[in-house]
Design a protein around this ligand. Sequence first.
Ligand SMILES: Cc1cc2nc3c(=O)[nH]c(=O)nc-3n(C[C@H](O)[C@H](O)[C@H](O)COP(=O)(O)O)c2cc1C
Length: 238
Amino acid sequence: MRLSLRRCGRLAPVALALLAAPAAGQEAAGQEAGGREAVRETAIIETIELPAARRDGPLSLEAALAARRSWRRFGERALRLEEIAQLFWAAQGQSRPGRRTVPSAGALYPLDVYAVTRQGLYHYRSADHSTLLERRPFLRDSLFAASRNQEALRQPPAVFVITGTPARSAAKYGARAERYTWLEAGHAAQNLLLQAVALGLVAVPVGAFRDEDVAAALRLPAGEMPLYLIPVGCRPDP
Ligand SMILES: Cc1cc2nc3c(=O)[nH]c(=O)nc-3n(C[C@H](O)[C@H](O)[C@H](O)COP(=O)(O)O)c2cc1C
């Protein structure tokens, strides 16, 4: 099959809906130099049922492998909810009951996957293929600053964040749990990168960032470490 990495079109209705004004009750949030949120927004957390993930597609695995490359600039179109859902599923979704699209030592699944968009913070829940959404429209700026202003983090439509909680694996694997968590993040990241190609999107895996700043921005609980940032979007206009 001939591979064509299609350019992303204009905003779809669902994406427009996702870009709607902040929810009622949300405080205005400002920015400080460095992109940090100056005002902590009211935590408004919604649960969103995600569209079912596709288990088939027009691109072969070999074509996706051959086409994958790192992109650090993106078009402006927001990701559609179906695209976010598919990328979540590729990274950590259920493949069959109790098992996921990635291998995991002892099937203990120490990873979590988030997506940060202009809407705020999505936290994937693989058990029921849903996501929590916390509306924090300036969160991407914090990730840009945490990455020491890397171009790829400037204004990507979405940044997927893979985190690890080694304690989930430690009861069985002890000190080796941390190593397994890092290995598993690689599996999840590669799935996500290949799924992006299959969706006609582009991405880059980013490992250079200040861990404590990403953890603070996402308000991660103690013991949950950010492992990878993966900005994703459409190809930029030429
Ligand atoms: C562990 C890891 C960390 C990386 N960190 C960054 C990063 O911080 N910033 C960046 O722009 N690219 C980062 N990359 C992407 C590499 O620069 C890229 O994969 C490499 O140049 C090969 O190019 P390709 O992905 O297009 O094949 C990282 C890749 C890996 C595997």
